[in-house]
Unconditional design. Structure first.
Lengths: 112, 113
């Protein structure tokens, strides 16, 4: 099993659609989880952290299932500006260091 | 505004040449990181540093070197030993505590002439 594995995509959806991204991770000792957004030829930017209880930020909802080692991101009412690659990121501790492992990302295109 | 500054934005390297990528942050973060991104691939960790004058190899350190003489600065040198250096290089920083996200500079694109 890969350390962090995401839906391969790409996803093409119309404006206003709801879209969900899934991510699995292999290390049960992983401690924290994030979704980043990366626009074409730009740097990744933090979209949201993912908490055990699940969390919501406007149109975005993140869920974590530790038992299944699964993370999800739901985008409601998609906007054209949501078009980007979404990266699932897992932070795991190795000794005294905190290492982030990035998924390859899922490309989302929102169409008018 | 606080942030991470990478320079140059684009860099060209001749065969056999070493080049150095700059990364400066004014976020007062202890930890700094260098990643490489290839098309269609995830980010891969090259080197990281949790404190001044100390750094650790990441997953793909061969052909690269770093220094951390100041908290604010973490330059990356791509040496001639790196046989496939063409990539998008990203510098990041974070607080060196559990559950902290990393914040990225806007990257340097390195190409071979």
């Amino acid at each position: 099993r890969k350390e962090v594995e995401q839906d391969p995509g790409p996803f093409n959806v119309p404006e206003g659609a709801t879209v969900a991204f899934n991510c699995t991770y292999s290390n049960s000792a992983s401690q924290s989880f994030f979704w980043y957004r990366q626009d074409c030829r730009k740097e990744p930017k933090l979209l949201m952290s993912v908490y055990s209880s699940g969390n919501e930020d406007g149109r975005f909802t993140a869920q974590l299932n530790r038992a299944s080692q699964y993370i999800s991101l739901l985008i409601r009412d998609s906007k054209l500006s949501d078009s980007a690659t979404y990266l699932c990121v897992v932070n795991q501790r190795g000794g005294s260091n905190y290492k982030l492992t990035f998924g390859k990302g899922t490309l989302l295109t929102v169409n008018p | 505004d606080g942030g991470i500054t990478q320079s140059p934005k684009y860099l060209f390297r001749k065969e056999g040449q070493n080049v150095t990528l700059s990364c400066e942050q004014n976020l007062n973060h202890d930890a700094m990181y260098w990643y490489r991104q290839d098309p269609g691939q995830g980010l891969r960790l090259i080197y990281y540093s949790q404190i001044v004058n100390d750094f650790q190899k990441g997953d793909i350190a061969e052909g690269y070197s770093v220094s951390r003489e100041k908290k604010e600065s973490f330059p990356l040198t791509v040496t001639s030993a790196q046989k496939n250096p063409t990539a998008f290089y990203l510098c990041a920083s974070s607080r060196d505590r559990p559950n902290q996200p990393q914040h990225f500079g806007d990257g340097t694109r390195l190409s071979i002439l």
